[in-house]
Design a protein around this ligand. Sequence first.
Ligand SMILES: [Mg+2]
Length: 290
Amino acid sequence: MSWPGFKPELVLLDADGVLWTGEHSIDGAREFLHLLSRSGIQRALISNNSVYLHEHYLARCERMGYDLKPHELFSAGLVSAAYLEHHHGSGRILLHMSAEIAGYIEERIPGAVSIDNWLDSLGLADNHIHVQIVDALKADPFDALLVGIDRLGSYRKIGVASAALSAGAKFYCCNADYGFPTEAGTWLPDSGGIADMLARLTGVQPEILGKPSVHLLDEIEAATGVQRERMLIIGDRLETDMAMASQHGLPGILVLTGVATVDDAIRLAELEGNLIAVQDLRAAGELLGL
Ligand SMILES: [Mg+2]
């Protein structure tokens, strides 16, 4: 397979920096999505966000004139939910995450519970007696801990998550991103930053479920029926989007409408695989002969 002869069956599109920047759509994205469907090529949004549910993406797509449907949405949070349902569906899972996505997982997996709800169920929500928490976790350990962005995170919750890992829970993290930039120009911790602190506290390393992990591809294959050899990834980050393409043998297109710089486009050659950098989605469409 080599450019430009490859005709993908499914195009995986990163969201931030490819389809939109904050609340602004990116020029050419709507037309590109339309060209893909007109050419009979499936589309999927793959975001490393661990907070939002389908409704959020659908509302945002509608505002921007993108016709993506629920079955075309794969975020790190939603994929982590699907992965745990498939692999730990009957297990006990502790969730260090924001309330929306934690509630979504609690609905799907009977043994899944957010840290807040677990503390509530034991009557420990209003005090902070760590030894009681440790005793409760030892008496009834969790099979797994899932870490995502927890917008109401706290010192106590980090303590609970740390103790759950020490009691033997398998450690999963929605995505490896350490932090994300805010519109104010400052940074907030992402799932990877929170997981990194827990890894340093406990010596247990997390299994990443979002980009660039193979688990994301497994879930997309299972959901779409398309084999990864027939997929193409378009993104704006070397360390997630292009790393995923490179590590799993998919062709990848780096666009320069997001965080990637011209230097990144040059550094793309250092990654193994069938990877190419173009200015934007219009150029990607031309490359694919759409
Ligand atoms: Mg991006």
